[in-house]
Design a protein around this ligand. Structure first.
Ligand code: PLP
Ligand code: COI
Length: 339
């Protein structure tokens, strides 16, 4: 293996040694299989190729200062994958099997887990697809679960620093009773043009409003939104956003740090009253928001006049990372430490 430049990893794909797979047929899941091949052979009429039967997850493993490997809240990802499978009529993988696959893949690819000092981590990408042939619009009878890992650096260039976001009214990511609450490929397909346009304009990400009234904040790209208003952590309540495990964790940490937590609809104009704002997710961790531009109305909501992350974003970021890397005790039982 060529030397990996751990400190300069981007959020991209790097081949690792093994992936783990499991097949569903005749109403039952088989045994986990370990593969070295990166390719997947599919029937050309597989439902994942035609009717979008595809769900995925994203979680991370971290190497601590003590050399131990820690996996963050994998039971939550297992449960969310089950919810996504329910959402698009796919067979659900049992939580224990998901966890077994995560642990197996992390251990088998241990040499790809970045060292503590690099601040990088091992991204774990499980996916589940409908594989049997179907031409009528119907769920598949057979499924495959695949899990690969890849070492990653920060999702946004530069890591923990503020970046500008832009509101879109040209695209909706998900409808109020649609599939926004599931982590399925279709939602990301629906977000690609909005994301590309935002990047072309120099923004790091796009800010979605609720699709019905275009009044409330939904989420930002592949991350949830939160704001800090005085001593309150505020995050949107919406039927079209992904229930982020990072956000769920930050809500607990915010309370631990003495903030009040509110989960409620947030009107776009209310951003004027926020002291800080951030995007949060497994890939994004906390990405502090410099400003949100509403180009249609010539308005900018500015959170970081000096360009620096605000104090609460900073505190929450360090608290979360300290738990993930094992620098602080895992008082909420979120971390699986591998032997
Ligand atoms: N929202 C969307 C659309 C996402 O893709 C992600 C990434 O997983 C998140 C939010 C954040 O979720 P989590 O914190 O569970 O990674
Ligand atoms: C994650 O944060 O895990 C994501 O899935 C974001 C993106 C890379 C899809």
């Amino acid at each position: 293996m060529n030397e990996i430049d751990w400190s300069n990893l981007s959020f991209g794909y790097m081949k690792t040694d093994y992936n783990v797979r499991c097949k569903y047929a005749n109403g039952a899941w088989g045994e986990l299989e370990v593969h070295t091949d990166e390719q997947v052979t599919l029937h050309m009429a597989a439902t994942c190729l035609h009717y979008g039967q595809e769900a995925f997850e994203g979680l991370k493993a971290f190497r601590g200062r003590d050399g131990k490997i820690r996996i963050f809240r994998m039971d939550e990802n297992a449960k969310r994958l089950q919810s996504s499978c329910d959402g698009i009529a796919m067979a659900k993988l049992p939580v224990e099997k998901f966890e077994e696959a995560v642990v197996r893949a992390v251990k088998l690819n241990e040499r790809f887990i970045p060292p503590y000092e690099s601040g990088a981590s091992l991204y774990i990408r499980p996916l589940l697809i409908g594989t049997s042939a179907q031409v009528g619009v119907k769920p598949a009878a057979e499924y495959e679960f695949i899990l690969f890992v890849t070492p990653v650096g920060p999702y946004f260039k530069g890591g923990f620093q503020t970046t500008p976001f832009v509101v879109t009214r040209k695209y909706d990511r998900a409808a109020p009773l649609g599939t926004g609450i599931y982590k399925i490929g279709g939602n990301y397909a629906a977000s690609l043009n909005a994301g590309e346009e935002a990047h072309r304009l120099g923004y790091s990400n796009v800010f979605y409003l609720d699709a019905k009234e275009r009044k409330y904040i939904d989420e930002c790209g592949a991350a949830n939104f939160f704001g800090i208003k005085g001593n309150t952590y505020v995050t949107p309540k919406s039927t079209s956003i992904l229930p982020s495990i990072t956000n769920k964790s930050l809500m607990v940490l915010a309370e631990d740090l003495g903030l009040t937590v509110e989960r409620r609809p947030i009107a776009l104009e209310e951003l004027d009253t926020f002291d800080e704002a951030g995007a949060c997710g497994t890939a994004a961790v906390i990405s502090p928001i410099e400003r949100i531009d509403d180009l249609d109305n010539g308005k900018s909501y500015v959170f970081a006049k000096d360009g620096k992350p605000g104090p609460w974003c900073e505190k929450l970021y360090h608290k979360l990372r300290a738990i993930q890397y094992g620098d602080e005790p895992d008082t909420h039982g979120w971390v699986t430490v591998l032997d």
